[in-house]
Design a protein around this ligand. Structure first.
Ligand SMILES: [Zn+2]
Length: 145
């Protein structure tokens, strides 16, 4: 899932870890984290032509760049895609607008990293609980190690 969100992160002066660093992207089957705790932290934004991370079709704030190239000295031709409604579009935008897009992409990356850390911690807590239960039930013996 993470690789799908930022497939081309790392170019166009974007910085932060590329999606390929998250190789363990298997969904947690029994994590005790409430899925709503992720969804409710990013309310949908109102569509705005100058906010490239916002979908003009559905208002999602998860739009990401699919392609870009310098259009002239102070603007970029940027292709974008919305993962929520499959909208795709492109246009030429000023450096200032693209810089704001870059900031939003970084913010999204930070949120993903926070979510990943929370999920990892929840999975570890659950694993520890199962281990303790197994110990008390004498299901784990010295021969297991
Ligand atoms: Zn959309």
């Amino acid at each position: 899932m993470l690789a799908r969100v930022w497939p081309i992160h790392g170019a166009m002066s974007l910085h932060g870890p590329p999606a390929s660093q998250f190789e363990d992207d298997q969904p947690a089957k029994s994590a005790s984290v409430d899925p709503l705790s992720f969804a409710t932290r990013r309310p949908k934004s109102l569509p705005g032509a100058s906010e490239l991370h916002v979908c003009a079709s559905c208002g999602s704030d998860l739009v990401y760049p699919t392609d870009w190239a310098p259009a002239d000295e102070r603007s970029w031709a940027v292709g974008r895609r919305c993962p929520d409604c499959e909208w795709v579009g492109s246009g030429v935008y000023s450096q200032e607008i693209v810089d704001r897009f870059d900031i939003e992409l970084d913010r999204g990356t930070d949120m993903l990293i926070e979510d990943l850390a929370r999920l990892t911690r929840a999975n570890m807590e659950e694993e520890i609980d199962r281990f303790i239960s197994a110990l008390y039930a004498d299901h784990i013996l010295a021969e297991d190690f």
